[in-house]
Design a protein around this ligand. Structure first.
Ligand SMILES: Nc1nc2c(c(=O)[nH]1)N[C@H]1C(S)=C(S)[C@@H](COP(=O)(O)O)O[C@H]1N2
Ligand SMILES: [Mo]
Length: 406
């Protein structure tokens, strides 16, 4: 598909929305014409991003944050990574948006309009950590193909919506239900309407958790287009690929969902550790479920300079998939010794936790601060790299910043 088909004539209102002003002679635009403003689309303007965000790919759009941009307790849209597998839907009609619940294991298929969904079921708001399964991929050796995320494919925003559980109860689920799978309105890069860019899901137990939402708001406002407007599945603590954006259908399956990017090496890792670069058979690959314990120093920026005799106050966030972070430590001597940092409780389940500490340095020179979180099962972050896997998922190595004392 050519980039110009990004915008179709039928999508005038949403194009106008992106431009931020009506296209006066829009009706005269040739079919499939891409307005000049998008020919060299400025993602910063298009998505309202902080100028320091890093674009990894423009087709599809993949954009990450830098550690210091994630210093906010609740990630704002301008600092939130964007990960797309296909083309962002362009003709979103909120008035006619609906969600269908179907699949082998529903008593009867049911469709809800967005309005009905919002008015019939109670609303819940949770802060939820969403981390791309491939966050940290750039460090693996041998290298893994895919977006070379460094540390910034993680966010914790406040999501408001209805519980998927309430919906599934209303629909009626058969006892043989195993998994749910989402279907969404984004389109495959090939332009083939039969192909879905991604269609993932979660087991019933995860689907029925309190925090698993069909969200229509992010940080108290309509969800931004890039993050799934007008309806998004939120399944926190799992690879963010489970949190389908632009969702219009959820299938209740009597088997593990087999949609796009559920099989092969997609979002799957060797069930048992393998040597770097080793070939792994399909049947020895397991679906990633809860994400591993991890943390990020978000203040100061790496490269901070302080005067000898001054303490350095630093802070950040820590998260542990479905678990809680129970302890936070830091080291200024490359991991030889560790000190405790102050660690807050999460605001709610699946929200990241904030940590802070004050480091003292005895001499002038170069230092690094390393941060290490431990989860409620006693698992800690590895100091350098965790186990290699073909697609470079789950790198939860300790985050490090450089500090100069002068
Ligand atoms: N429909 C749809 N949902 C999707 C994706 C996508 O490409 N299409 N990408 C997934 C992946 S891989 C990630 S990491 C998150 C990214 O969410 P964000 O762009 O809001 O940060 O969305 C997930 N949901
Ligand atoms: Mo992802």
């Amino acid at each position: 598909m050519k980039r110009r088909t990004f915008v179709k004539k039928t999508a005038l209102s949403s194009i106008a929305g992106l431009v931020g002003t009506p296209i006066v002679f829009g009706k005269k635009m040739p079919p499939n014409y891409l307005p000049v403003v998008f020919q060299d689309a400025d993602p910063y303007q298009l998505f309202g991003l902080n100028q320091e965000m890093v674009v990894l790919n423009d087709r599809p759009w993949n954009i990450e944050a830098k550690a210091h941009l994630l210093n906010e307790n609740i990630t704002s849209a301008q600092n939130m990574f964007i990960r797309n597998n296909g083309i962002i839907p362009k003709d979103i009609d909120i008035e006619n948006w609906s969600l269908t619940i179907d699949g082998e294991s529903v008593k009867a298929q049911k469709t809800y309009s967005l309005k009905e969904l919002k008015s019939r079921f109670p609303h819940y708001t949770y802060q939820v950590t969403l981390e791309c399964g491939g966050n940290g991929r750039s460090e693996f050796d041998p290298p893994a193909k895919g977006n070379q995320w460094t540390v910034g494919a993680v966010s914790c925003a406040e999501w408001t919506g209805v519980r998927l559980r309430d919906l599934l109860e209303d629909v009626g689920i058969e006892s043989d239900a195993v998994y749910i799978g989402y279907h969404a309105a984004d389109t495959h890069l090939s332009g083939d309407p039969e192909k879905e860019p991604i269609s993932r899901g979660v087991p019933m137990a995860k689907a029925l958790q309190n925090e698993t939402l069909l969200a229509f708001q992010m940080n108290g406002k309509d969800i931004p287009l890039a993050h799934g407007h007008p309806l998004r599945l939120i399944a926190g603590g799992w690879p963010a690929s489970a949190s389908g954006k632009w969702v219009n259908r959820i299938s209740v399956r009597d088997k593990i969902h087999d949609g796009a990017k559920m099989t092969g090496s997609s979002y799957r890792v060797p069930c048992e550790p393998v040597a770097p670069g080793e070939n792994v058979e399909d049947e020895n690959m397991c679906i990633i479920e809860s994400m591993p314990v991890k943390s990020l120093i978000t203040y100061p920026k790496s490269g901070a300079i302080i005067k000898l005799g001054r303490k350095l106050d630093f802070r950040g966030h820590a998260w542990a998939g479905e678990l809680e972070v129970s302890q936070m430590e830091y080291s200024i001597d490359f991991g030889a010794t560790w000190q405790r940092a102050k660690l807050d409780k999460p605001v709610n389940r699946l929200a990241w936790q904030h940590f802070s500490a004050s480091a003292e340095f005895d001499q002038k020179g170069y230092y690094e601060i390393w941060a290490k979180a431990t989860d409620s099962n006693g698992n800690s972050q590895p100091m350098v790299l965790p186990g290699w896997n073909p697609k470079g998922y789950l790198n939860n190595a300790c985050h490090r910043i450089a500090v100069k004392v002068e």
